[in-house]
Write a protein that binds this ligand. Structure first.
Ligand SMILES: [Zn+2]
Ligand SMILES: [Zn+2]
Length: 223
């Protein structure tokens, strides 16, 4: 028997053969099936820029805004889950209250990751790292793929999660790319949530300064 990290109930572990076939690593189960059912996978029509659920084919309103700045060079962001109450509550516990152990629930939710040559986590700012004692993104993805550090984040006051929509969009560039030799091919930026896209576009802009030879896309658990 295991204890569910979300609701504390005991549950029987079952090996999920479907997951076992699609993912090379056998993942531990930390979440009971009742809790897992509260997370909603996206379905139907998805925005071709950021994979938000949309009513009609094409780009969502956020990506249309990015198109004004970036033209056809939009970031291709893949994500798996809707940002619903269950996901919101999980992220509040994980990030605001710094409940590190919940990184295992997030790992369990990720049953599919796009293939890339380099997996680059979006880093925490130094002040957040100090406050929480762990890097929220690295702690999730290090369980899934080998990570390459190519970004530094400088402090910039409030965290994205504490800002309203307009404040988010007006955030200035705070990322800096780390120069490394022989980086070629596909880079996949990794983050937890795609809200306006501001963070990921900044991260890509910073990487392109140094790695303009690479194809840079992104993945978030939720959108
Ligand atoms: Zn549970
Ligand atoms: Zn979009």
């Amino acid at each position: 028997m295991s204890k569910c990290l979300l609701c504390n109930s005991n549950f029987r572990r079952q090996i999920n053969y479907e997951k076992l076939l699609s993912f090379t690593k056998i993942k531990e189960k930390y979440t009971c099936n009742f809790c897992l059912e509260n997370f909603a996978k996206k379905s139907g029509k998805l925005c071709r820029g950021c994979s938000k659920e949309v009513k009609k084919e094409g780009l969502c309103s956020d990506c249309l805004q990015w198109q004004k700045i970036y033209g056809n060079n939009l970031l291709d962001n893949k994500s798996l889950y809707k940002y619903n109450d269950a996901f919101h509550d999980l992220m509040v516990r994980y990030k605001r209250y710094g409940d590190y152990i919940l990184c295992h629930v997030l790992v369990e939710l990720i049953d599919n990751l796009p293939v890339a040559d380099y997996y680059v986590p979006v880093p925490s700012s130094p002040s957040h790292l100090e406050r929480r004692g762990f890097d929220t993104i690295r702690s999730i993805y290090q369980n899934l793929v080998p990570l390459t550090n190519l970004l530094i984040k400088n402090d910039n006051g409030k965290a994205q999660g504490e800002k309203n929509r307009n404040e988010r969009l007006l955030t200035k560039q705070t990322f800096l790319a780390i120069k490394k030799e022989n980086i070629n091919g596909k880079i996949l930026l990794l983050d937890d949530i795609y809200t306006t896209g501001r963070t990921l576009y900044h991260a890509r802009d910073a990487l392109l300064e140094v790695y303009s030879n690479c194809e840079i896309n992104s993945f978030t658990i939720s959108r």
